[in-house]
Design a binder for this molecule. Structure first.
Ligand code: ZN
Length: 170
């Protein structure tokens, strides 16, 4: 009896930790047969419109479209979308500041960058594709904006969706 209670409590805690992610999975799972094309928006308030993105492990190639729905030009308040291991985000963000706008606020050729869009300004959008096989199950991934000072606010989790759960949602 004691063991059962402990297991229930652990499961509840795990669910509470990522309520947004769970909500997102419920929404995208119901609306789309495939999650191979992801969309995310960024605005003039230094916000992404999602705190987590689910990647379907069955996609061989992931497409991501970043849309800047604000009005500020790229050199004033631009945004990009960069995918990296969560443990590399802080160092990449710092290296990006030194790289400057001409390099898209990212160190050129850095192997820690798994995928990255260019920096876009208000009203612009950009689409990239990357190989889903670059993501290793069990590793913690995040996305962030590398424009100086933005990564503190503009970041989220990238998760490989559980195949079994996706099958249920479909
Ligand atoms: Zn930004």
């Amino acid at each position: 009896m004691k063991n059962v209670n402990r297991a229930t409590r652990t499961a509840a805690a795990a669910t509470v930790r990522w309520p947004l992610a769970v909500a997102l999975l419920a929404l995208t799972g119901a609306a789309q047969a495939s999650n191979c094309h992801l969309n995310i928006e960024a605005n003039d308030l230094m916000q992404f419109n999602a705190r987590a993105l689910q990647i379907d492990p069955e996609c061989s190639e992931i497409q991501l479209t970043l849309k800047h729905v604000g009005k500020q030009p790229a050199h004033v308040l631009g945004h990009d979308w960069v995918l990296a291991r969560t443990s590399d985000v802080a160092a990449l963000a710092n290296a990006g500041i030194a790289a400057g706008l001409d390099k898209g606020y990212l160190p050129a050729g850095d192997h820690r960058i798994i995928a990255a869009t260019k920096v876009v300004g208000g009203g612009e959008e950009t689409t990239i594709s990357f190989n889903a096989a670059a993501l290793v199950p069990g590793v913690d991934y995040s996305y962030f904006c590398s424009y100086p000072g933005h990564s503190t606010f503009m970041r989220g989790r990238v998760m490989l969706a559980d195949k079994a759960k996706l099958a249920v949602n479909r």
